[in-house]
Design a protein around this ligand. Structure first.
Ligand code: PHE
Length: 334
């Protein structure tokens, strides 16, 4: 059987003939090897072991002969292709996807802040009102909690008493700011703290060139002994110089946020114009109390910058909607 199979395989002139020979000898249904294998059942049990081993040897030899024959038939095929194959022609490049410009920006910002010792922290996009408002010193009657300014989730099971309670227990919303992550970090860690958090936030704004209902923020938080506003300004200036350029200047304008005191708007002077990039300030003592820190012992600063805005400035993008329209002509430029 072995030599029959070997000569059938070597005699096969093309791959069709070889396939026929394979079926004849190795076919699972009516192959000749199968027939021999079936005979094993009728053999005396004392001889079975030796017969089985011999059968395996034959099987391996036939398989090997088949593989060799396959190689030489295949080689013939390649020779045919070679005649028409011109290796000097340029190949067809497969189209590869690449990282979205916002993700690239997030990586870049993370790298710059990392050099100043800021580690990345993350928090959920679906938040409860305690993390999004209450702990951040935003009381129940504050306009920032208005349902018209937030995406409250209808799916969260809320009963009426929860809905009206000051903590908003049971309610869920898409976070409107990454400041929620400040709270999560301070709840789980002790000072000193030096983190950034980059992620999506949601506000029901009508889309236009500068607004989109979902965008990204870079939150920063530094808590330690004797932290001052000067530290905040230095960190933001070094950041702006790294991301936008050496000639960029920074300006603070007085402002108000419930979770910082004092609070400022952060502007960068770039190409002759002052542009607002976000808010910042010294962490309000009420926020420290909400997370169980002693405001007499430590201080800290926090900031929140718009990631799209930074990316748009750096790359001269004029419409925020371009990031999210999925237009490849835009995306492929990055
Ligand atoms: N959370 C604020 C906003 O979304 C920005 C901010 C962050 C301000 C941290 C002060 C401190 O507008």
């Amino acid at each position: 059987l072995q030599s029959d199979a070997e000569s059938a395989f070597t005699g096969a002139s093309d791959s069709d003939a070889l396939e026929q020979a394979r079926v004849a000898f190795l076919g699972a249904k009516n192959g000749q090897f199968k027939d021999v294998q079936k005979m094993l059942g009728g053999i005396e049990s004392s001889d079975k072991r030796a017969a089985g081993m011999r059968l395996n040897e034959v099987k391996n030899a036939i398989n090997k002969a088949f593989e060799q024959a396959q190689g030489s038939v295949g080689g013939g095929g390649d020779a045919q292709i070679d005649a028409t194959f011109d290796p000097s022609l340029p190949g067809t490049r497969p189209t590869l996807g690449h990282v979205h410009p916002i993700t690239q920006t997030i990586d870049h910002l993370t790298e710059i802040m990392g050099r100043m010792g800021f580690e990345v922290a993350e928090g959920p996009e679906v938040e409860d009102p305690w993390h999004n408002f209450v702990s951040l010193n935003i009381p129940e009657d504050h306009p920032a909690r208005d349902p018209l300014d937030n995406f409250y989730l209808a799916t969260a099971s809320v009963n009426d008493s929860d809905r009206s309670s000051e903590t908003g227990e049971g309610q869920r919303l898409l976070r409107s700011q990454t400041s929620t992550v400040q709270i999560r970090v301070m709840k789980s860690d002790e000072p000193p703290i030096r983190i950034i958090s980059l992620g999506r936030v949601y506000r029901p704004d009508a889309p236009d060139a500068t607004h989109f209902p979902m965008f990204h923020q870079m939150e920063g938080l530094l808590v330690d002994r004797n932290v001052t506003m000067a530290n905040l300004k230095t960190v933001l200036r070094v950041f702006a110089n790294n991301y936008l350029g050496d000639d960029v200047e920074i300006r603070f304008r007085p402002s108000f946020f419930p979770f910082t005191e004092p609070s400022v708007e952060v502007d960068f002077l770039w190409n002759g114009t002052w542009i607002e990039f976000g808010g910042a300030g010294m962490v309000d003592p009420n926020v420290f109390k909400a997370v169980g820190y002693d405001p007499e012992k430590i201080s800290g600063f926090a900031f929140g910058l718009g990631v799209e805005r930074l990316c748009m400035r750096r790359h001269g993008i004029t419409d925020i909607r371009d990031f999210y329209s999925g237009d490849l002509r835009f995306l492929q430029q990055f």
